[in-house]
Design a binder for this molecule. Structure first.
Ligand code: NAD
Length: 266
C-alpha cells in the first residue's frame, strides 16, 4: 500500500506524456492515490481520457481556468462524483509568446501582463477558493513555479512576474487554509522545478540553450525529469509532509543554490 492510499486528488495540466503533471500523476498513482483530471479544450478530450486510463481513472473534466464559472463547475462536478476529496495539483501556466521572448519591454503590454497573471497565478487562488468547501481535513494543494519568480532569467520576462505572484499566493493560501473555521488543516505548497522540455516550455525563446546551461552548472550536472518532480509532488501531497506548508521546494538538481557556475566552468 502506497503513502497516498485512500487519497482522492485532482490533477490539472496534463497535455502530453511529457507534461510535469503527467509525471506527478504517475507518482501519485504509484503511491495509491485515486485520480481525476482536468484539461482545457474539447479537442484534447480523447487524448486526456486515454492518459486518465493509464492511471485507472475515468474522471476527466474540461475546465478553462480563465473562467470562474468553469472553475465552479469543475469542483461541483467533482463533488458530485467524489463527495469530499483530498486536494489538487495546479500545473498550469500560460503567457502570450511575445511576453516570453527577447527584450522584456517588447512583450510588456497591459494585456500580456493580465493574461499571464490571470492564467498562471490568479487561477491557483481561484481554484483553492472554489475547492475549499469540498476538501477533507489533511488535504494538500500544490502548484508549479520556476526560479524566474526570484531571479531575472533571459526570455522568461512577464512570466517571472506571474510566478512571483503565484509564490506569494502559496503563502497567503497556506495561512488562510491552515486552520479553517470548521477545524480542517489544509496545506499549500509549491515546487520550483528546474527546466524540463515540455510543450509550455518550448514557447520560451532559446529554451534548449537554457536547458544545457543549467545542466552544466547544476551540482548534479543534469536536468531534472518529470519523475524527479513527480516523486517530490507525491510526498508533498501526502500526510508524510503533514508539517510542511507555505513552502516552495526546489527540484532543480541544485541549480538555484549556485551562482550559475559549476567548478568545471572556472
Ligand atoms: P505543459 O504544456 O505540459 O502544461 C501546461 C498546462 O497548462 C497544459 O496542460 C495546458 O493545457 C494548461 N493550460 C494553459 N492554459 C490553461 C487554461 N486557460 N486553463 C486550463 N489549463 C491551461 O507544460 P509544463 O511544463 O508541464 O507546465 C506545467 C507547469 O509547470 C506550468 O505552471 C509551468 O510554468 C511550470 N513549470 C515548468 C517548467 C518547465 O521547464 N517545463 C519549470 C518550472 C515550472
Amino acid at each position: 500500500m502506497g503513502f497516498l492510499a485512500g487519497k482522492k486528488l485532482l490533477i490539472t495540466g496534463v497535455l502530453s506524456n511529457r507534461s510535469i503533471a503527467y509525471g506527478i500523476a504517475r507518482a501519485c498513482r504509484q503511491q495509491g492515490a485515486e485520480l481525476a483530471f482536468s484539461y482545457v479544450g474539447e479537442r484534447f478530450k480523447d487524448r486526456i481520457t486515454e492518459f486518465a486510463a493509464d492511471f485507472d481513472s475515468r474522471l476527466v473534466f474540461d475546465c478553462d481556468v480563465g473562467d470562474d464559472a468553469q472553475i465552479e463547475k469543475l469542483f461541483s462536478d467533482l463533488h458530485a462524483v467524489w463527495g469530499r476529496f483530498d486536494g489538487f495539483v495546479h500545473s498550469i501556466g500560460f503567457a502570450p509568446r511575445e511576453a516570453i521572448a527577447g527584450n522584456f519591454f517588447d512583450g510588456l503590454t497591459r494585456e500580456n501582463y493580465r493574461i499571464a497573471h490571470d492564467i498562471s497565478a490568479y487561477s491557483f487562488a481561484a481554484m483553492a477558493k472554489a475547492a475549499l468547501p469540498h476538501l477533507n481535513d489533511q488535504s494538500a494543494l500544490l502548484t508549479l513555479t520556476y526560479l524566474g519568480a526570484l531571479r531575472s532569467i533571459p526570455n522568461y520576462n512577464t512570466m517571472g512576474l506571474a510566478k512571483a505572484s503565484l509564490e506569494a499566493s502559496v503563502r497567503y493560501l497556506a495561512e488562510a487554509m491552515g486552520r479553517t473555521e470548521d477545524g480542517r488543516a489544509i496545506r499549500v505548497n509549491g515546487i520550483s522545478a528546474g527546466p524540463i522540455k515540455t510543450l509550455a516550455a518550448s514557447g520560451i525563446k532559446d529554451f534548449g540553450k537554457l536547458l544545457s546551461r543549467v545542466a552544466d552548472a547544476a551540482p548534479l550536472r543534469r536536468n531534472v525529469t518529470i519523475e524527479d518532480v513527480g516523486n517530490v509532488a507525491a510526498f508533498l501531497l501526502s500526510n508524510l509532509a503533514g508539517g510542511m506548508t507555505a513552502e516552495i521546494t526546489y527540484v532543480d538538481a541544485g541549480f538555484s543554490q549556485t551562482a550559475g557556475l559549476s567548478a568545471d566552468q572556472v
